[in-house]
Design a binder for this molecule. Structure first.
Ligand code: LIP
Length: 273
């Protein structure tokens, strides 16, 4: 059965309400004390009880509000929601992006929630758990932070660009990524590694960094922040015309995309383990 997607505004309002409640839970649990509940790909790829509790809260809320929708989350995958129906809505959630920052009490971690219709992200909400900053975007409707319309950097010189990036958890991948950033850093203003892709994309959306790139992101890391970045005027893509994805995400203003892409391609930024 092909379902008609609900109005974008309705999905946005749901995403905001659910993300705010989820961020409040994460904030409360952080204040109560956080510890590692489990590890995933490596001993440094940690999960806290809050990651799990927040995602379950989001799943429960979405099931009540939109029982026929599908959900993809970092901790529970597709859960029992099953595949998305043609024309249906799939929610993509990272309950706490920047989990290591959350574990250490660093104020740079976020709830990231996106709604996808027919394979296109149409709504995105990113909320910093520590500061309460909230970024929203709708496809074609612009990107906003706390009610302010966002426009990305107008920098045209890569050598003057502040570039954010991140590293995976696998030691072999990290070594390759370190080689890439070591070769890139002489050609940009500076590098920032802050630890949460969703927030990095949102800061790029408002020009608080000029550009961002990273290899190894999952859909939940980039779905909401990628829409915020796109709606703020950044080009968000992978290498050689590919869409942004696990091989590489590049988010840059139009004038910087080509020079940054060229450097990253030459450095094999999408390669390695
Ligand atoms: C994080 C990403 C970040 C990356 C970190 C980590 P997590 O996601 O948002 O960009 O550099 O290594 O993968 O694991 O905190 O959800």
């Amino acid at each position: 059965m092909i379902r008609s997607a609900p109005p974008t505004q309705e999905l946005l309002e749901i995403a905001i309400d659910v993300a705010r409640d989820a961020a409040a839970t994460a904030h409360r649990m952080r204040a109560e004390g956080v510890s590692v509940a489990a590890t995933k790909s490596t001993v440094t790829d940690v999960v806290t009880a809050a990651d799990r509790a927040v995602e379950r809260q989001v799943l429960d809320a979405l099931r009540k509000l939109r029982p026929d929708d599908a959900v993809l989350g970092e901790e529970y995958g597709a859960g029992d929601t099953g595949p998305v129906e043609a024309g249906g809505v799939r929610w993509i959630v990272d309950p706490i992006d920047g989990t290591v920052n959350y574990l250490y009490g660093l104020p740079y971690c976020a709830v990231s929630l996106a709604a996808e219709v027919a394979g296109e992200v149409v709504v995105g909400v990113v909320r910093n758990v520590a500061t309460g900053e909230e970024w929203t975007a709708t496809a074609g409707g612009g990107a906003w932070r706390d009610g302010e319309r966002l426009r990305c950097s107008t920098e045209t010189d890569l050598g003057q660009a502040l570039v954010a990036t991140g590293f995976g958890y696998d030691p072999g991948r990290r070594a390759h990524q370190a080689r890439v950033v070591a070769e890139l850093i002489p050609h940009v203003r500076d590098i920032r590694r802050m630890g949460a892709a969703a927030l990095d994309l949102c800061l790029a959306a408002e020009g608080r960094v000029d550009a961002y790139y990273e290899k190894g992101l999952a859909a939940w890391d980039q779905a909401a922040g990628g829409l915020v970045a796109t709606e703020a005027g950044l080009r968000v893509a992978g290498l050689d015309g590919l869409p942004a994805g696990p091989d590489l995400v590049i988010a840059a203003p139009p004038a910087l995309f080509a020079p940054l892409h060229s450097r990253l391609a030459a450095l094999d930024a999408s390669g390695g383990p």
